[in-house]
Design a protein around this ligand. Structure first.
Ligand code: ADP
Ligand code: MG
Length: 167
């Protein structure tokens, strides 16, 4: 079944192996999926990992145009994680690739497998900073605030470093 085309925002992260290579290849893989168009991506950002002691993360966000249902898109993201060798050992442990669905148009969804908007995006500078670069005016349907305003709320405590020449 084909779906109407919808704007989507995703987050990408990696802290094992060649992270910038992995993020670039993951976006390329997503661009090859039928029903997915990659519009743009942010710069890559370095952030300190939460959870167990582990290497810094490389993070970024991308905007897509998608004609897949949200659950189907999640399947594609999880398959792409697997393709890049993600092993699920411990929660919030190091991973070669993490792909999160942040926004699917203005949809709100809360099922066991999929919550949209992503429930933790408002507290994560490593999501909001890159997203503010490419979608500052996107309105979060839960809080009613723009991405730019959500990012500003986090202020100075953010431990995120934008990397130069990352495009
Ligand atoms: P996190 O990305 O928060 O560190 P994980 O990547 O380990 O956590 O969690 C993956 C699981 O979270 C998936 O199996 C998926 O079913 C569930 N999930 C729920 N909502 C989302 C979402 N918006 N984006 C990605 N995964 C989600
Ligand atoms: Mg994830």
């Amino acid at each position: 079944m084909t779906h109407p085309v919808q704007p989507v925002a995703i987050a990408l992260g990696s802290n094992l192996g060649d992270s910038s290579g992995t993020l670039a290849k993951a976006l390329d893989a997503l661009a090859h999926i039928e029903g997915v168009t990659v519009q743009c991506r942010s710069s890559w950002y370095r952030s300190t990992a939460i959870g167990p002691v582990q290497p810094d993360y490389l993070n970024g966000c991308a905007l897509l145009q998608v004609s897949l249902a949200p659950e189907k898109l999640l399947d594609c993201l999880l398959e792409t994680e697997q393709r890049f060798g993600r092993q699920r050992a411990e929660r919030w442990g190091p991973r070669t690739l993490d792909l999160d669905l942040l926004f699917y148009a203005q949809l709100r969804l809360d099922t066991e497998r999929l919550q949209v908007p992503h429930p933790r995006l408002r507290e994560r500078a490593f999501v909001l900073q890159p997203l503010a670069e490419i979608a500052p005016d996107w309105v979060d349907p839960v809080s009613g605030s723009t991405v730019q305003d959500l990012a500003a709320l986090l202020g100075e405590e953010s431990l995120v470093e934008r990397l130069e020449d990352s495009h």
